[in-house]
Design a binder for this molecule. Structure first.
Ligand code: PMP
Ligand code: GLN
Length: 386
């Protein structure tokens, strides 16, 4: 293995799901729902496969999906993208993020991003020979508080070698949804220093209590410098489908195309057609999903609090982040490995999402995208930790 990829080992999600499998523990680790997506979406994909939609679609994606993505973007956020030159379909957001980073990063270029950071970011930057410059999100406002960055720390992270800022909101693993004011600080820096923004918006539809997802590209001067990335998995509860897309100005999207044509070339056509239709027809289903997830968040958060965790507020995503110190533990990584034996539950140690391991040490992430009875069972087991 090349030196720049050493240390990446096995992803924490694979490791924790294997641990759950091995021990029979309830898996609140890796974020995937335990119920299926909209029946019409599933049926359409099956029809496509049995109906002959099985050969290479156009490299940039089927025209139907690119049109549907552009239409949804216009309707929700008032952002106009030309489906032909400004929308590009990838194998999940993961491939889109990797292709975007590979397309814009010269060896030695710095990418500013926020920690805790989703694990594929560090790996993609390493593959590109780039250098990551993390800015730490810290909890604000006591019990139930959200995570936020210090604008001065963000400013200080930008230097002459900075190429891009990578922003994930709604944010995994903290559940934070960045506010308009926070986005304005990021946008200002991008304009000042002529940076590209790469935005990971895979949880764009999963926000709660009126928290609003605002794409960075909607801010002044940002559309022309932003590669916005989203995907199907979370929106339609089909995380295995790995159908995503990149949106941006033609030059940036063309750079992504140049790279991605040699990574995956294209993505499954039957799934693309099914997703295109669902984006146009399943708005109510998505709204119900978000309402249901908000209730699950409350259910799990209350149970975790009852079990003795400090529980942070979650405005979006599948996840609640907890602090384990009130229970008398101080190392989330160690506790995550012992949790199946202690109480029969698996969570994800947030420490692995930090360069500064000390910052992430006391946090454990739990997924609430599960059936109520599974959450209740997990909560009852976690109560044994006291
Ligand atoms: N970004 C974030 C923040 C995620 O949580 C995930 C995981 N689902 C992804 C990207 C990957 O998305 P996809 O499955 O579409 O590749
Ligand atoms: N996004 C999922 C999570 O954060 C995991 C996806 C994966 O396993 N790569 O749990």
């Amino acid at each position: 293995l090349v030196s720049r990829m050493r240390g990446f080992g096995t992803t924490i999600f694979a490791e924790m799901s294997a641990l759950a499998e091995r021990t029979g523990a309830i898996n609140l680790g890796q974020g995937f729902p335990d119920t299926d997506g909209p029946p019409a979406l599933l049926a359409r994909a099956a029809e496509g496969i049995t109906g002959g939609v099985n050969q290479y679609p156009p490299g940039p994606g089927t025209p139907e999906l690119r049109r549907a993505v552009a239409a949804a973007r216009r309707e929700r956020y008032g952002l106009d993208y030309d489906p032909a030159s400004e929308v590009y379909v990838t194998v999940g957001a993961t491939a889109g993020i990797a292709a975007a980073i590979l397309a814009i990063t010269e060896p030695g270029d710095e990418i500013v991003l926020f920690e805790p950071m989703y694990d594929s970011y560090a790996a993609a930057i390493a593959m590109a020979g780039g250098v990551r410059r993390p800015v730490t999100l810290r909890p604000r406002g006591g019990e139930g508080g959200r995570f936020a960055f210090d604008p001065e720390e963000l400013r200080a992270a930008v230097g002459p070698r900075t190429r891009a800022v990578l922003v994930n909101s709604p944010h995994n693993p903290t559940g934070t949804v960045l506010t308009a004011a926070e986005l304005a600080v990021i946008a200002q820096l991008c304009r000042e220093h002529d940076l590209v923004a790469v935005t990971d918006e895979v949880y764009e539809y999963l926000t709660y209590d009126g928290a609003e997802h605002v794409p960075l590209a909607t801010l002044p001067g940002m559309r022309e410098r932003t590669l916005a990335i989203s995907s199907t998995g979370k929106t339609f509860s089909v995380t295995g489908w790995k159908t995503g897309w990149v949106m941006g100005p033609p030059e940036l999207v063309d750079a992504v195309r140049t790279v991605n044509q040699f990574l995956t070339y294209t993505a499954n056509p039957a799934l693309q057609l099914a997703v295109a239709e669902a984006l146009e027809t399943q708005e109510d289903w998505i709204a119900r999903l978000a309402t249901g997830l908000a209730a699950k968040r409350d259910r799990l958060s209350a149970g975790l609090r009852e079990a003795g965790f400090r529980v942070f507020g979650t405005q979006g995503t599948y996840f609640v982040l907890t602090d384990i110190r009130p229970l008398g533990f101080d190392d989330g990584l160690a506790l995550a490995h012992r949790l199946p034996e202690l109480c029969g539950v698996v969570g994800v140690p947030a420490q692995v999402f930090y360069d500064d391991a000390e910052e992430g040490r006391p946090y454990l992430r739990f997924a609430f995208c599960k059936r109520d009875e599974v959450i209740d069972d997990a909560v009852a087991r976690l109560a044994r930790l006291r």
